[in-house]
Design a protein around this ligand. Structure first.
Ligand code: TYM
Length: 327
């Protein structure tokens, strides 16, 4: 089995990225061959300073390693180090259509506050490149948070469309979402997803423990005083229950049961302790890795391995569509 996922090095990584994606990758090492990458080409779809992008990319590689991924088992690489992503993107863009791309929720969300003249083609075509990322490695499973499922569904439509025309060329991928942590919400507005651009509602992995505690203690809760999972009437409490369950690796009813009879204040205090205790050793490993030369070595090695596999698929696709490639 092949497993593939990526994260964009666009901003500070949040607890949402950590629980919804990063923390889940390690478990897949036992199940098959893993490819985990830094989606730096995707990071260009919205304006970003070159220096920031470069720093974020290195930092994300260190986060991957700090999460326990073993670079001997998992191929860790930079998307831009494998030119086949851009080449396959150029081919696949002909098999995805304007109508379906304009219906993507992520595109609509990002574009709604922008003028048409400021929306780059890359933002619109984001799912095309994402399809190329997935299909180049013949990925069977793509672990992501819920917000990415629509893009993977579109990749599946593309595979059907492409294989119907050219034969069995592309492998059908499937999204894998962690049922508990698929959608971590903002602490300041628990009806909104935690994203990388809301300093009050986000917990950033780089926040120090005092900041984390402060953010959790002032998280929006709900009226009443019962600790109960109820997404509609108690979104704030529910989100904190989810965070606890995701960290402890338990289900939501077990999390609810643990906090039965707690008052809001004590509940939040324990959530803060839990998040801090989870992130502390992780961040210590991260700091150590950032000081070392490991990231460069791992990415160099990862690029070699990724290129080898990606080029095999690219060749297969080029031949299938009739591009002259006799080398
Ligand atoms: P990015 O960087 O926006 O998100 C990285 C991962 O974090 C998950 N995530 C969340 N999960 C739970 N709760 C949240 N609040 C939350 N916020 C983010 C996302 O679902 C994602 O899994 N397009 C991808 C990057 C990418 C990719 C790919 C992923 C590019 N090519 C190919 C898989 C396969 C993205 O959204 O990154």
């Amino acid at each position: 089995m092949r497993i593939l996922s990526g994260i964009k090095p666009t901003g500070e990584l949040t607890l949402g990225n950590y629980l919804g994606a990063l923390k889940n990758f390690k478990a897949f090492e036992k199940q098959g061959e893993c490819f985990i990458f830094i989606a730096d080409l995707h990071a260009l779809t919205l304006p970003i300073e070159p220096k920031v992008l470069k720093e974020n990319s290195k930092s994300l590689a260190a986060f991957y390693l700090a999460s326990g991924l073993d670079p001997k088992k998992t191929t860790l690489f930079l998307q831009s180090d494998v030119s086949a992503h851009s080449e396959l993107n150029a081919i696949l863009q002909n098999y995805l259509y304007m109508g379906e791309l304009s219906r993507m929720t992520q595109f609509k969300d990002k574009a709604k506050s922008m003028k048409d003249s400021a929306i780059g083609l890359g933002l619109f075509a984001y799912p095309v490149l994402m399809s190329a990322d997935i299909l180049l490695y013949d990925a069977d499973v793509v672990p992501v948070g819920e917000d990415q499922v629509q893009h993977i569904e579109l990749t599946r439509d593309l595979v059907n469309r492409f294989n119907k025309r050219y034969g069995k060329v592309l492998v059908m991928p499937k999204a894998n979402i962690n049922k508990v942590s698929k959608r971590i919400m903002s602490l300041s507005d628990p009806t909104k997803k935690m994203s990388k651009s809301d300093p009050k509602g986000d917990i950033y992995l780089k926040d120090n423990p005092d900041v984390i505690r402060k953010k959790i203690m002032s998280a929006v809760t709900d009226s009443g005083n019962e600790i109960k999972y109820d997404e509609v009437n108690k979104p704030g409490i529910s989100n904190l229950l989810v965070i606890y369950a995701a960290i402890k690796g338990i289900d939501i009813p077990a999390s609810e049961k643990h906090f039965q009879g707690y008052r809001y204040g004590d509940f939040k205090k324990e959530i803060a302790d839990t998040v801090i205790n989870e992130l502390k050793p992780f961040m210590e490993r991260y700091q150590e890795i950032m000081k070392s030369d490991l990231v460069n070595q791992v990415l160099l090695d990862g690029a070699k391995r990724a290129n080898k596999i990606a080029n095999i698929t690219l060749k297969r696709v080029k031949r299938a569509v009739g591009l002259f490639d006799e080398k």
